[in-house]
Design a binder for this molecule. Structure first.
Ligand SMILES: [Zn+2]
Length: 432
């Protein structure tokens, strides 16, 4: 894979994935194109050695695996974990608001979103809709308005002279999304049914998020940056999938892309739920075989890392501030907000030392007087008893409507994840 191929592929993948449902659909398409077979969890599975499979749960979490020919109890699993969701604005169940002749929709903030960047954007709306069809059957579908159908205008500075020094945002009152100028009562659910390519009796429910219609792009005088929504963490989903697609191992490798990370992963399809554990249970066999396999397994949790912002470098520890385009970042936290331990970080450094070329690595630790965020790494490690490491690419503006990462880092991360799933043998971490 060339750097240009990875960059083009990533930008197309993100553009086609405005919500976790769409991201999962995009991942499924990528996997199917490369010969993966979709499995249904309700069926009995007849897996072939060397076969490649995936499972979707809840429409927005996915587990893909290359089923190896070697015994799992002797070789364990190599797992890459990432998440499909990003902070955003979700439409409330009864959202219609009519004020001064303007039709607006009320929103809930999903996850730890930076709210200010959502103002003055050309927004569209996408997600999942559940409806009754003409025959009274319950069905669901993905929809996407595609066009910029909405916006949240800022309040002019003349009306709030303190805007640049002390404006705060109240999402309940300040972020209702403007859709049109109309005195007519517009039924939101009826509007949705027009987008569905079926005979719709009634839209019953939905999970819809606004997104910025500005497409992902390459920016910078040297074209060295990628600017896009949802880099956290569709970037890792994409690179993890590409690494798995091109893996050449005899062992079993797994990619987990789960929803609900931004709200703590506590759901039936989130990393705190049993999804990965149940798939691993089906593959590994009885309790003893599973335990033996887990002792030989490793999870790489891939999620973005805070790059040192040149205007705000003081919020980083001087010795541990990763830069964009300078390689994947190993994330450490003594308080276990990241799952990295000395053995798993050493494994990443071992992988980075190539036969032909070393992959540059960086490290991140939050300042001792600040708290860091977390990932699915510690949650998955605690749930499965799998040893894990947190890595990611340095990123600016995390949780903004438009984030910024380094284009040259894509190749480094892809190479690192590829070595992880493709190397014939990994060091035995449990004996360290
Ligand atoms: Zn993330």
């Amino acid at each position: 894979m060339t750097q240009t191929d990875l960059c083009t592929g990533l930008l197309e993948f993100i553009a086609a994935s405005p919500t976790p449902f769409h991201a999962t659909r995009s991942l499924a398409a990528l996997l199917c194109e490369s010969g993966f077979t979709r499995l249904n969890e309700k069926d009995a599975w007849q897996l072939q050695e060397g076969g490649r499979y995936f499972v979707v749960r809840g429409g927005s979490s996915l587990v893909a695996f290359a089923y190896g020919s070697t015994a799992l109890a002797e070789n364990g699993f190599r797992v890459i974990g990432a998440h499909t969701d990003s902070p955003c604005l979700k439409v409330k169940p009864s959202p219609e608001l009519q004020t001064k002749g303007y039709y607006q929709l009320g929103i809930e903030v999903y996850g730890g979103a930076l709210l200010n960047p959502w103002y003055d954007r050309d927004l569209s709306l996408a997600g999942n809709v559940v409806y009754l069809d003409a025959s009274g059957e319950l069905r669901s579908t993905l929809i996407d308005f595609v066009e910029p159908i909405a916006t949240i205008p800022s309040l002019a500075i003349h009306l709030d002279r303190e805007a640049n020094t002390s404006r705060t945002v109240n999402p309940q009152t300040d972020m209702n999304v403007l859709l049109r100028q109309s005195d007519d009562k517009i039924n939101f659910r009826a509007m949705l049914s027009e987008l569905i390519d079926d005979d719709v009796q009634e839209v019953l429910d939905f999970n819809l998020s606004f997104y910025d219609t500005q497409p992902p792009g390459v920016v910078g005088l040297g074209k060295e940056f990628i600017a896009s929504a949802r880099l956290d963490n569709l970037l890792s989903c994409y690179l993890g999938a590409k690494a798995l697609l091109n893996s050449a191992g005899e062992h079993t490798s797994i990619l987990l892309c789960s929803d609900h990370e931004e709200v703590g992963s506590r759901s039936d399809i989130g990393a705190q739920g049993p999804l990965l554990e149940e798939i691993i249970g089906r593959l590994a066999g009885d309790q003893e075989a599973r335990q033996r396999a887990m002792r030989r397994s490793v999870l790489i949790s891939a999620d973005n890392a805070h790059g040192v912002h040149p205007n705000y470098s003081k919020v980083h520890d001087d010795q541990h501030g990763p830069l964009l385009n300078k390689g994947p970042v190993i994330k450490f936290d003594a308080n276990q907000s990241y799952a990295t331990n000395s053995s798993t970080s050493a494994l990443v450094r071992w992988l980075a030392k190539g036969n032909d070329a070393d992959i540059p690595l960086q490290q991140y630790v939050t300042r001792a007087d600040m708290r860091c965020g977390s990932t699915i790494g510690p949650i998955t490690a605690a749930g499965l008893g799998i040893t894990a490491v947190d890595i990611g690419l340095a990123t600016f503006a995390m949780h903004s409507v438009r984030e910024l990462a380094g284009k040259h880092d894509l190749g480094h991360m892809y190479e690192l994840l590829s070595r992880f799933v493709s190397r014939k043998a990994l060091p035995a971490l449990d004996s360290l």
